[in-house]
Design a protein around this ligand. Structure first.
Ligand SMILES: [Zn+2]
Ligand SMILES: [Zn+2]
Length: 155
């Protein structure tokens, strides 16, 4: 991976939801960070794109509360605060990693995305001026693919 953690990231780093019911802490720097423009992230976040920092599971803990979860597909789930709705996590259930929304970190400016994914669903009015790597995802439109069933509304 090409991601180089920002030198501004103080560890442990913490974050949480808007109301404070769910708080998390990471003990090591993220191994990756990216923008995701896929249709599922757009829906889940109610935003034109997401920005996520990915850490190893053993390097995070919930220090306050626990998220509620929505299984967005047969292979992944998304954690959010059950009280205020803030989107917090994305994880492939079989993965050794978990991703956190960069906006939910206490210091979001300390984690810099290193690539764009899900670019097949990027909204046309978003003009990206960086030269970071750009990639697509086969399930960005929420359509089932081999070995994965989407639970996202078809509407
Ligand atoms: Zn909350
Ligand atoms: Zn996505």
């Amino acid at each position: 991976m090409s991601f180089v953690p920002s030198t501004y990231l103080a560890l442990p780093a913490s974050g949480g939801c808007q109301c404070g019911a769910v708080r998390y802490e990471i003990s090591e720097a993220p191994v990756d960070a990216n923008y995701c423009h896929c249709r599922m992230c757009q829906r889940a976040l109610g935003a034109p794109f997401g920005a996520f920092a990915t850490v190893k599971r053993e390097h995070f803990r919930f220090s306050e509360g626990e998220p509620a979860y929505f299984a967005s597909s047969s292979v992944a789930r998304r954690g959010f605060c059950g009280k205020c709705g803030t989107p917090l996590t994305f994880e492939y259930t079989a993965s050794k990693h978990i991703s956190f929304t960069i906006g939910s970190f206490d210091e979001p400016d300390s984690i810099t995305p290193a690539s764009h994914i899900g670019c097949e669903s990027q909204v046309s009015w978003l003009h990206i001026l960086d030269d970071l790597p750009k990639d697509t995802t086969p399930f960005g439109a929420g359509t089932p693919t081999e070995g994965m069933d989407s639970y996202q509304s078809k509407l």
